[in-house]
Design a protein around this ligand. Sequence first.
Ligand code: PLP
Length: 361
Amino acid sequence: MSRVYNFSAGPSMLPEEVLKTCAAEMLEFGTTGQSVMEMSHRSKEYQAIFDETEATLRQLMNIPDEYAVLFLQGGASSQFAMLPLNLMNKNKKADFVVTGQWAKKAYQEAARYGEAKVIASSADKTFSYIPKLDKSTFTPDADYFHICMNNTIYGTKWHTLPETGNVPLVADISSCMLSEPIDVKKFGVLYGGAQKNVAPAGLTIVIIRKDLLGNAMDITPTMFNYVTHSENGSMFNTPPCYTIYVAGLVMKWIRDTMGGLENMKKYNEEKAKILYDFLDNSKLFKGTVVPEDRSLMNVPFITGSDELDAEFVAASKKAGFVNLKGHRSVGGMRASIYNAMPIEGVRKLVDFMNEFEKEKK
Ligand SMILES: *Cc1c(COP(=O)(O)O)cnc(C)c1O
Protein backbone atom coordinates (compact mmCIF):
# COMPACT_ATOMS: atom_id res chain seq x y z
CA MET A 1 0.00 0.00 0.00
CA SER A 2 1.24 3.47 -0.70
CA ARG A 3 -0.86 6.39 0.40
CA VAL A 4 -0.43 9.74 -1.33
CA TYR A 5 -0.40 13.18 0.21
CA ASN A 6 -3.83 14.42 -0.73
CA PHE A 7 -4.20 18.20 -0.95
CA SER A 8 -7.83 18.08 -2.03
CA ALA A 9 -10.13 20.90 -0.92
CA GLY A 10 -12.84 18.39 -0.07
CA PRO A 11 -13.62 15.60 0.38
CA SER A 12 -10.17 15.49 1.85
CA MET A 13 -7.70 13.53 3.95
CA LEU A 14 -8.85 11.86 7.13
CA PRO A 15 -6.46 11.02 9.97
CA GLU A 16 -4.88 7.62 9.31
CA GLU A 17 -5.54 6.64 12.91
CA VAL A 18 -9.27 7.22 12.33
CA LEU A 19 -9.30 5.18 9.12
CA LYS A 20 -7.59 2.32 10.94
CA THR A 21 -10.26 2.40 13.65
CA CYS A 22 -12.94 2.36 10.95
CA ALA A 23 -11.28 -0.65 9.37
CA ALA A 24 -10.92 -2.48 12.67
CA GLU A 25 -14.56 -1.81 13.55
CA MET A 26 -15.93 -2.37 10.06
CA LEU A 27 -17.36 -5.86 10.61
CA GLU A 28 -18.29 -5.51 14.24
CA PHE A 29 -18.65 -2.40 16.36
CA GLY A 30 -17.90 -3.29 19.96
CA THR A 31 -19.84 -6.42 20.79
CA THR A 32 -22.90 -5.49 18.74
CA GLY A 33 -22.31 -8.15 16.09
CA GLN A 34 -22.77 -5.57 13.34
CA SER A 35 -21.11 -2.72 11.49
CA VAL A 36 -22.14 0.86 12.31
CA MET A 37 -23.22 0.99 8.65
CA GLU A 38 -25.86 -1.64 9.36
CA MET A 39 -27.30 -0.27 12.58
CA SER A 40 -30.80 1.05 12.95
CA HIS A 41 -30.61 4.75 13.72
CA ARG A 42 -33.28 4.07 16.37
CA SER A 43 -31.17 1.47 18.19
CA LYS A 44 -29.67 2.24 21.57
CA GLU A 45 -26.23 1.22 20.28
CA TYR A 46 -26.41 3.85 17.54
CA GLN A 47 -27.93 6.48 19.81
CA ALA A 48 -24.90 6.10 22.08
CA ILE A 49 -22.55 6.77 19.14
CA PHE A 50 -24.62 9.77 18.11
CA ASP A 51 -24.78 11.23 21.63
CA GLU A 52 -21.05 10.81 22.13
CA THR A 53 -20.36 12.62 18.85
CA GLU A 54 -22.50 15.58 19.87
CA ALA A 55 -20.98 15.63 23.37
CA THR A 56 -17.45 15.57 21.96
CA LEU A 57 -18.25 18.42 19.58
CA ARG A 58 -19.75 20.47 22.42
CA GLN A 59 -16.70 19.79 24.55
CA LEU A 60 -14.16 20.58 21.80
CA MET A 61 -15.83 23.80 20.66
CA ASN A 62 -17.04 24.77 24.12
CA ILE A 63 -20.60 25.14 22.81
CA PRO A 64 -22.89 26.74 25.43
CA ASP A 65 -26.23 25.13 26.35
CA GLU A 66 -28.13 27.99 24.67
CA TYR A 67 -27.07 26.53 21.33
CA ALA A 68 -28.58 23.57 19.53
CA VAL A 69 -26.30 21.26 17.53
CA LEU A 70 -27.93 19.76 14.44
CA PHE A 71 -26.55 16.95 12.28
CA LEU A 72 -28.15 17.43 8.86
CA GLN A 73 -27.69 16.57 5.20
CA GLY A 74 -27.77 18.57 1.99
CA GLY A 75 -24.38 20.21 2.45
CA ALA A 76 -23.53 23.79 3.27
CA SER A 77 -25.29 24.59 -0.01
CA SER A 78 -28.68 23.72 1.51
CA GLN A 79 -27.94 26.07 4.38
CA PHE A 80 -27.82 28.95 1.90
CA ALA A 81 -31.62 28.45 1.64
CA MET A 82 -32.34 27.18 5.15
CA LEU A 83 -30.84 30.30 6.71
CA PRO A 84 -33.15 32.82 5.02
CA LEU A 85 -36.16 30.50 5.30
CA ASN A 86 -35.65 30.23 9.04
CA LEU A 87 -34.15 33.57 10.01
CA MET A 88 -35.19 36.19 7.45
CA ASN A 89 -38.72 36.43 8.74
CA LYS A 90 -38.72 39.33 11.18
CA ASN A 91 -37.69 42.26 9.01
CA LYS A 92 -36.99 40.24 5.88
CA LYS A 93 -33.49 41.69 5.59
CA ALA A 94 -29.98 40.28 5.75
CA ASP A 95 -26.46 41.61 5.11
CA PHE A 96 -23.70 39.79 3.23
CA VAL A 97 -20.00 40.22 2.64
CA VAL A 98 -19.06 38.65 -0.66
CA THR A 99 -15.58 37.17 -0.30
CA GLY A 100 -15.84 34.41 -2.87
CA GLN A 101 -18.11 31.98 -4.63
CA TRP A 102 -19.62 30.41 -1.52
CA ALA A 103 -20.37 33.75 0.09
CA LYS A 104 -21.93 34.88 -3.17
CA LYS A 105 -24.12 31.80 -3.35
CA ALA A 106 -25.33 32.40 0.21
CA TYR A 107 -26.25 35.94 -0.82
CA GLN A 108 -27.94 34.96 -4.08
CA GLU A 109 -30.06 32.30 -2.41
CA ALA A 110 -31.17 34.66 0.37
CA ALA A 111 -32.08 37.29 -2.21
CA ARG A 112 -34.86 34.94 -3.38
CA TYR A 113 -36.58 35.23 0.00
CA GLY A 114 -36.05 38.79 1.19
CA GLU A 115 -33.98 41.94 1.01
CA ALA A 116 -30.37 40.76 0.79
CA LYS A 117 -27.72 43.47 0.79
CA VAL A 118 -24.06 43.20 -0.16
CA ILE A 119 -22.15 45.28 2.41
CA ALA A 120 -18.77 44.76 0.77
CA SER A 121 -17.07 42.53 -1.77
CA SER A 122 -13.53 41.65 -2.78
CA ALA A 123 -14.53 40.63 -6.32
CA ASP A 124 -12.47 43.56 -7.72
CA LYS A 125 -9.21 41.71 -6.95
CA THR A 126 -10.31 38.10 -7.52
CA PHE A 127 -11.23 37.73 -3.84
CA SER A 128 -7.59 37.90 -2.76
CA TYR A 129 -8.36 39.85 0.41
CA ILE A 130 -11.03 40.36 3.08
CA PRO A 131 -12.68 43.78 2.57
CA LYS A 132 -12.58 46.42 5.31
CA LEU A 133 -16.10 47.16 6.50
CA ASP A 134 -17.82 50.46 7.22
CA LYS A 135 -20.25 49.86 10.07
CA SER A 136 -22.46 52.73 8.97
CA THR A 137 -23.40 50.66 5.90
CA PHE A 138 -24.76 47.75 7.99
CA THR A 139 -28.54 47.28 8.05
CA PRO A 140 -29.44 47.98 11.71
CA ASP A 141 -32.57 45.80 11.65
CA ALA A 142 -31.20 42.95 9.55
CA ASP A 143 -32.31 39.47 10.59
CA TYR A 144 -28.74 38.23 10.18
CA PHE A 145 -25.31 39.19 8.90
CA HIS A 146 -23.55 36.52 6.87
CA ILE A 147 -19.87 35.85 6.31
CA CYS A 148 -17.92 32.94 4.92
CA MET A 149 -15.21 32.53 7.55
CA ASN A 150 -12.65 30.69 5.43
CA ASN A 151 -12.82 31.04 1.67
CA THR A 152 -11.88 27.61 0.41
CA ILE A 153 -11.40 28.56 -3.23
CA TYR A 154 -9.47 31.82 -2.80
CA GLY A 155 -7.58 31.05 0.42
CA THR A 156 -8.64 33.99 2.57
CA LYS A 157 -9.84 33.94 6.17
CA TRP A 158 -11.55 36.40 8.50
CA HIS A 159 -9.02 36.93 11.29
CA THR A 160 -11.12 39.67 12.90
CA LEU A 161 -14.89 39.32 13.03
CA PRO A 162 -17.28 42.11 12.01
CA GLU A 163 -19.04 43.71 14.96
CA THR A 164 -22.71 43.35 14.22
CA GLY A 165 -24.16 44.31 17.62
CA ASN A 166 -27.61 42.77 18.07
CA VAL A 167 -27.77 41.43 14.53
CA PRO A 168 -26.94 37.70 14.67
CA LEU A 169 -23.66 36.92 12.95
CA VAL A 170 -23.91 33.81 10.77
CA ALA A 171 -20.79 32.10 9.46
CA ASP A 172 -20.09 29.37 6.95
CA ILE A 173 -17.23 27.46 8.59
CA SER A 174 -17.16 24.53 6.14
CA SER A 175 -13.44 24.73 5.51
CA CYS A 176 -12.18 25.82 8.95
CA MET A 177 -14.44 23.87 11.29
CA LEU A 178 -12.39 22.37 14.14
CA SER A 179 -9.13 23.79 12.75
CA GLU A 180 -8.86 26.25 15.64
CA PRO A 181 -10.97 27.51 18.57
CA ILE A 182 -14.01 29.65 17.72
CA ASP A 183 -15.89 31.78 20.25
CA VAL A 184 -19.33 30.32 19.58
CA LYS A 185 -21.06 32.99 21.69
CA LYS A 186 -20.18 35.62 19.08
CA PHE A 187 -22.45 33.90 16.53
CA GLY A 188 -26.12 33.30 15.92
CA VAL A 189 -25.40 30.37 13.61
CA LEU A 190 -22.27 28.45 12.62
CA TYR A 191 -22.60 25.87 9.87
CA GLY A 192 -20.60 23.79 7.46
CA GLY A 193 -20.30 20.68 5.38
CA ALA A 194 -18.20 18.13 7.28
CA GLN A 195 -16.30 16.78 4.26
CA LYS A 196 -13.48 19.33 4.45
CA ASN A 197 -12.14 18.83 7.93
CA VAL A 198 -14.40 16.60 10.00
CA ALA A 199 -15.70 13.53 8.21
CA PRO A 200 -16.43 11.93 4.85
CA ALA A 201 -19.11 13.66 2.75
CA GLY A 202 -22.77 13.50 3.72
CA LEU A 203 -22.96 15.43 6.99
CA THR A 204 -23.76 19.11 7.55
CA ILE A 205 -23.25 20.50 11.04
CA VAL A 206 -25.33 23.46 12.24
CA ILE A 207 -24.79 25.19 15.59
CA ILE A 208 -27.65 27.59 16.22
CA ARG A 209 -28.60 29.86 19.14
CA LYS A 210 -31.89 28.47 20.39
CA ASP A 211 -33.72 31.81 20.42
CA LEU A 212 -33.33 31.90 16.62
CA LEU A 213 -35.41 28.74 16.26
CA GLY A 214 -39.15 28.77 15.61
CA ASN A 215 -39.46 31.71 13.26
CA ALA A 216 -39.45 29.95 9.88
CA MET A 217 -41.47 31.25 6.95
CA ASP A 218 -44.75 29.45 6.28
CA ILE A 219 -43.49 28.20 2.93
CA THR A 220 -40.52 26.42 4.56
CA PRO A 221 -40.47 22.71 3.68
CA THR A 222 -40.62 20.55 6.80
CA MET A 223 -37.14 19.18 6.16
CA PHE A 224 -35.77 22.73 5.83
CA ASN A 225 -37.17 23.92 9.16
CA TYR A 226 -34.49 23.85 11.88
CA VAL A 227 -37.20 23.16 14.48
CA THR A 228 -38.01 19.85 12.78
CA HIS A 229 -34.48 18.73 13.53
CA SER A 230 -33.96 20.39 16.90
CA GLU A 231 -37.17 18.86 18.27
CA ASN A 232 -36.26 15.40 17.01
CA GLY A 233 -32.61 15.21 18.01
CA SER A 234 -31.60 15.35 14.32
CA MET A 235 -33.55 12.11 13.80
CA PHE A 236 -36.75 13.32 12.15
CA ASN A 237 -35.59 11.13 9.31
CA THR A 238 -32.58 8.85 8.89
CA PRO A 239 -29.43 10.85 9.62
CA PRO A 240 -26.11 10.13 7.84
CA CYS A 241 -25.34 7.52 10.49
CA TYR A 242 -21.93 6.27 9.41
CA THR A 243 -20.59 9.75 8.64
CA ILE A 244 -21.63 10.91 12.11
CA TYR A 245 -19.73 7.97 13.59
CA VAL A 246 -16.58 8.90 11.63
CA ALA A 247 -17.03 12.56 12.64
CA GLY A 248 -17.05 11.37 16.25
CA LEU A 249 -13.79 9.47 15.73
CA VAL A 250 -12.19 12.55 14.13
CA MET A 251 -13.34 14.72 17.04
CA LYS A 252 -11.86 12.29 19.56
CA TRP A 253 -8.64 12.26 17.52
CA ILE A 254 -8.49 16.06 17.73
CA ARG A 255 -9.15 15.94 21.46
CA ASP A 256 -6.98 13.00 22.51
CA THR A 257 -4.19 12.74 19.92
CA MET A 258 -3.85 16.37 18.85
CA GLY A 259 -4.62 17.81 22.29
CA GLY A 260 -7.68 19.95 21.53
CA LEU A 261 -8.34 22.95 19.33
CA GLU A 262 -5.64 25.28 20.77
CA ASN A 263 -3.00 22.71 19.91
CA MET A 264 -4.68 21.89 16.61
CA LYS A 265 -4.36 25.57 15.71
CA LYS A 266 -0.66 25.65 16.63
CA TYR A 267 -0.04 22.62 14.45
CA ASN A 268 -1.99 24.16 11.57
CA GLU A 269 -0.07 27.44 11.95
CA GLU A 270 3.20 25.58 11.86
CA LYS A 271 2.20 23.74 8.68
CA ALA A 272 0.92 26.86 6.93
CA LYS A 273 4.04 28.83 7.86
CA ILE A 274 6.30 26.30 6.12
CA LEU A 275 4.36 26.74 2.90
CA TYR A 276 3.87 30.52 3.09
CA ASP A 277 7.55 31.11 4.01
CA PHE A 278 8.57 29.11 0.98
CA LEU A 279 6.16 31.00 -1.30
CA ASP A 280 7.36 34.36 0.04
CA ASN A 281 10.97 33.47 -0.80
CA SER A 282 10.45 31.61 -4.05
CA LYS A 283 11.36 33.19 -7.39
CA LEU A 284 9.04 30.87 -9.29
CA PHE A 285 5.97 30.36 -7.10
CA LYS A 286 3.94 33.00 -5.40
CA GLY A 287 0.92 33.09 -3.12
CA THR A 288 -2.14 34.95 -4.39
CA VAL A 289 -3.55 36.27 -1.09
CA VAL A 290 -2.50 39.40 0.83
CA PRO A 291 -0.46 38.20 3.85
CA GLU A 292 -2.81 39.57 6.55
CA ASP A 293 -5.84 37.62 5.29
CA ARG A 294 -4.24 34.27 4.55
CA SER A 295 -6.04 31.05 5.35
CA LEU A 296 -4.41 28.31 7.43
CA MET A 297 -6.34 25.69 5.49
CA ASN A 298 -6.29 26.54 1.77
CA VAL A 299 -3.16 27.95 0.16
CA PRO A 300 -3.50 29.04 -3.49
CA PHE A 301 -0.36 29.79 -5.49
CA ILE A 302 0.74 30.37 -9.07
CA THR A 303 3.86 30.50 -11.21
CA GLY A 304 2.46 33.17 -13.50
CA SER A 305 2.46 30.81 -16.50
CA ASP A 306 -0.44 28.48 -17.26
CA GLU A 307 1.89 26.00 -18.96
CA LEU A 308 4.26 25.86 -15.99
CA ASP A 309 1.30 25.50 -13.62
CA ALA A 310 0.03 22.52 -15.61
CA GLU A 311 3.52 21.04 -15.75
CA PHE A 312 3.88 21.42 -11.99
CA VAL A 313 0.50 19.84 -11.27
CA ALA A 314 1.36 16.84 -13.48
CA ALA A 315 4.84 16.41 -11.99
CA SER A 316 3.59 16.73 -8.42
CA LYS A 317 0.94 14.10 -9.05
CA LYS A 318 3.59 11.69 -10.30
CA ALA A 319 5.57 12.32 -7.14
CA GLY A 320 2.60 11.44 -4.88
CA PHE A 321 1.18 14.90 -4.15
CA VAL A 322 -2.35 14.82 -5.51
CA ASN A 323 -5.17 17.31 -6.07
CA LEU A 324 -2.96 20.39 -6.20
CA LYS A 325 -4.74 21.86 -9.19
CA GLY A 326 -6.48 25.12 -8.31
CA HIS A 327 -10.27 25.48 -8.44
CA ARG A 328 -11.59 25.43 -12.00
CA SER A 329 -12.68 29.08 -11.66
CA VAL A 330 -9.23 30.44 -10.74
CA GLY A 331 -6.61 28.08 -12.14
CA GLY A 332 -3.08 27.84 -10.73
CA MET A 333 -2.54 25.59 -7.74
CA ARG A 334 -4.07 25.21 -4.33
CA ALA A 335 -2.78 23.15 -1.43
CA SER A 336 -5.50 22.37 1.09
CA ILE A 337 -3.77 21.50 4.32
CA TYR A 338 -6.58 20.55 6.67
CA ASN A 339 -6.13 19.04 10.13
CA ALA A 340 -5.36 15.56 8.83
CA MET A 341 -2.48 16.65 6.56
CA PRO A 342 0.66 15.72 8.47
CA ILE A 343 3.45 18.28 8.72
CA GLU A 344 5.75 15.89 6.79
CA GLY A 345 3.35 16.20 3.85
CA VAL A 346 3.84 19.95 3.77
CA ARG A 347 7.61 19.68 4.24
CA LYS A 348 7.88 17.18 1.42
CA LEU A 349 5.71 19.31 -0.85
CA VAL A 350 7.95 22.32 -0.22
CA ASP A 351 11.07 20.21 -0.95
CA PHE A 352 9.44 19.10 -4.18
CA MET A 353 8.55 22.68 -5.16
CA ASN A 354 12.12 23.71 -4.41
CA GLU A 355 13.50 21.00 -6.70
CA PHE A 356 11.04 21.94 -9.43
CA GLU A 357 12.08 25.58 -9.16
CA LYS A 358 15.79 24.71 -9.43
CA GLU A 359 15.19 22.65 -12.55
CA LYS A 360 13.41 25.55 -14.20
CA LYS A 361 16.29 28.00 -13.73
C1 PLP B 1 -17.29 23.26 0.15
C2 PLP B 1 -17.93 24.49 0.64
C3 PLP B 1 -19.30 24.73 0.50
C4 PLP B 1 -20.22 23.76 -0.23
O1 PLP B 1 -20.39 22.68 0.58
P1 PLP B 1 -21.37 21.48 0.15
O2 PLP B 1 -21.36 20.68 1.43
O3 PLP B 1 -20.75 20.79 -1.00
O4 PLP B 1 -22.70 22.06 -0.15
C5 PLP B 1 -19.83 25.88 1.02
N1 PLP B 1 -19.06 26.77 1.66
C6 PLP B 1 -17.74 26.59 1.82
C7 PLP B 1 -16.92 27.60 2.54
C8 PLP B 1 -17.14 25.45 1.31
O5 PLP B 1 -15.81 25.25 1.47
